[in-house]
Ligand binder design. Structure first.
Ligand code: MN
Length: 343
């Protein structure tokens, strides 16, 4: 640890995430950056998320009274695994050439889709290995995306340690499509892949407001393994004088003792993430998120791990992110997740 660290001062250049001075072995939370965007369907840019959030995090205030000085338990972000960077470059190049002619079933394009699927599979295994290495030392892993497909490896690793684990997904979309656009590991299929590849107890979804019939039918057939809290239903309850506090209790009552939080930034109101790939009107306010996390902390349940995905900065060209609103919001939400997981 760097002894010049002053929690009340400005972050020192070259310090760790949130301006903190901790090495991995001194940290209770280890953040794994996964700059990956292979299957984006609308706007791109989320592979710059980790870099942008790291930079914007230097301006996040450390002191949050309800969490005390929790950051002294240490938050550390690893450098990007160079193999992930290589995989991302390769798959982005392939995706670009497919996008020019997305409807085509030409053999050459099918071959490219298959190549992306193979790269996605390798990424999934890499993320699983990185998360496993954090779990081995008894620390809390967090994955910072990248597109939503990066969650699969993390959930898979954690579920082996916590067989009863629930997934709490905050998202505008169900992400339950089968094989979206020919991609086995699409961001739009991540939770379908989680449910079929892992043994998580259930999937509780909050903020959902954009979905297709296939996904609704899948939920119906899931026999209660998927518990959606649709955005419109939440607001109907609020407008009929139910409190957000009681809705949070209903959400939390569906979770098992160990909880994995998968936070797709598009679950939040798009004012916090105007540049995310598939923004949707509606969504959670930051204060609602804070209260939901507090409700988990108030219960006897614990956050075993978490991810934050789909944050896409605007200022990719000049690569200066300290004023990028998407990154500023992403950093603050990441900090809230860290506080809720450690407390
Ligand atoms: Mn998603």
């Amino acid at each position: 640890m760097d002894n010049t660290f002053d929690p009340n001062g400005a972050a020192i250049e070259g310090s760790g995430i949130f301006g903190l001075p901790y090495f991995e072995d001194e940290s209770e939370i280890v953040i794994i950056p996964v700059p990956w965007e292979a299957t984006v369907s609308c706007g791109g840019g989320c592979s710059y998320g980790p870099e942008a959030i790291l930079e914007a995090s230097m301006y996040t205030e450390l002191f949050i009274p309800k969490f005390g000085s929790f950051y002294e338990k240490g938050i550390h972000m690893r450098p990007v695994n160079s193999r992930i960077e290589i995989l991302n470059k390769k798959s982005k190049k392939l995706t670009r050439s497919i996008r020019k002619d997305p409807e085509s079933n030409k053999p050459s394009l099918i071959k490219k889709r298959n190549a992306i699927n193979a790269l996605s599979k390798e990424l999934y295994i890499l993320v699983e290995q990185e998360v496993n290495s954090v779990l081995k030392s008894g620390k809390i892993p967090a994955v910072l995306g990248g597109e939503h497909s990066v969650s699969l490896g993390a959930i898979s690793a954690l579920n082996k340690k916590f067989p009863d684990m629930s997934v709490l997904q905050i998202d505008a979309h169900n992400d339950l499509r089968n094989n979206f656009e020919g991609f086995a590991h699409s961001h739009a299929s991540v939770m379908r892949n989680v449910l079929s590849n892992t043994k998580v107890s259930n999937l509780v979804q909050v903020g959902i407001r954009a979905f297709c019939q296939e996904e609704s039918e899948y939920i119906e057939q899931s026999e209660g393994r998927v518990v959606p809290f649709y955005d419109e239903d939440i607001y109907t309850k609020l407008f009929n004088n139910e409190t957000w506090d009681s809705i949070c209790d209903q959400i939390v009552s569906n979770l098992s003792e160990h909880v994995y939080i998968s936070l797709d930034i598009d679950g939040m109101d798009p004012s916090m993430c105007p540049n995310t790939g598939t923004p949707v009107i509606g969504g959670l306010s930051f204060n609602q998120l804070q209260h939901l996390l507090a409700a988990i902390n108030k219960s006897n349940k614990s956050i075993a791990g978490f991810d934050l995905v789909e944050v896409a900065p605007v200022s990719i060209r000049n690569k200066s992110y300290e004023n990028d609103w998407n990154a500023i919001c992403g950093a603050r939400i990441l900090y809230e997740l860290c506080g809720s997981a450690i407390v």
